[in-house]
Design a protein around this ligand. Sequence first.
Ligand SMILES: Cc1ncc(COP(=O)(O)O)c(C=O)c1O
Length: 392
Amino acid sequence: MNSAIERYAPLCAPTRLLFGPGPSPVSPRVYQAMQQNVVGHLDPFFFQVADEIRTLLGYAYSTANTFNLVASGTGSSGMELAVANFTEPGSKFAVLSNGYFADRIGEMAARQGAQVVRLTQDWGRPFDAGQAREFVLRERPRIVAMVQAETSTGVYNQVQAAAEAAHEVDALVIADCVTSLGGMPVLVDSNGIDIAYSCTQKGLGCPPGLAPVTVSPRALDRLKKRATPVQSWYLDLQLLDAYYSGHKYHHTASATLFYALREGLVMVAEEGRENRWARHQRNHRAFVAGIEAMGLRMLVEHPGDRLWTLNTVSVPEGVNEAAVRQYLLEKRSIEIAGGFGPLAGKIFRIGLMGYGSSAENVMLVLEALAEALRHAGFEPKGNGLAAAEGKL
Ligand SMILES: Cc1ncc(COP(=O)(O)O)c(C=O)c1O
């Protein structure tokens, strides 16, 4: 027994600087909220917190929807919830696919028995609005799904054109807002999004574990008319609503994670969503100015197509991407990420989001990246820090 105790020293997690695609740094206010007492999942206090989250989510998502709730799972559970509740076997499901996460949506829809059709675009490039519109009108699907903020490439996909066409053919619009909520405009209502889902560990500055979702009245109407039961019991929206609104036991939701999300959303409301977007945009632009001054290139060509939350930087010729990441982690305790699939080894993915999007962090990550690149044999061309400072 004693020897076992000796083997397990008190837990002591390292203080990482989380500048990858998520999780992002957790705000101290969120950590503090998580220290509150755990209450039961049917406690009146728990439902009060869930109700506050419902209202705060409407604000963060820029929607008048009142059907806003939280799935107990990471962002992927939001994705699965959106796909499972609105897909019926054999129905046509259109995906606009220009990255890893859009492919994941397509895979989930196929597993639900949908007939999946895809409009593809090269990774790192956005969709042409005309092409997206034409695709939707031609296919006439029941659902159109796309990723607003494609974390695998750093592209911000405009939703509006595809959504307008979708509504013309009476299709529902699913948008993955995992890397946009809390950092960039999601604009659920003005973009015509019917089902949006996100996560807690990026723009909201919370730990991972919940998926905030919003659903339009139009989508709820469709849900009520389903011919077949929703294939997933755990993510069935009507059962979840009976829990959060009807206070009927469904699962044991984590009070601690709900406290965290509530605090993260209160911080969005206090800062003001537009101010928050402006902060992310300013820090992103400063970061890009620094990157370009150093002689590096952004993967996404046009500034208007880039995410403000996650920067994708092309790895310079001859530099070992994994060695740079390893150096940053070991020498500076900084986490950044590399690319997936066709972008493996070709890009760095550097997140500045939520609580982590600050002028101080822009300077810190540029300085550390320059050091790591030098160590990998690449000499930055100019002074990235000075260029960034000029934009802050
Ligand atoms: C765009 C996008 N969608 C979905 C997910 C899946 O979220 P999670 O890893 O929280 O399950 C991610 C994760 O990074 C993402 O970036």
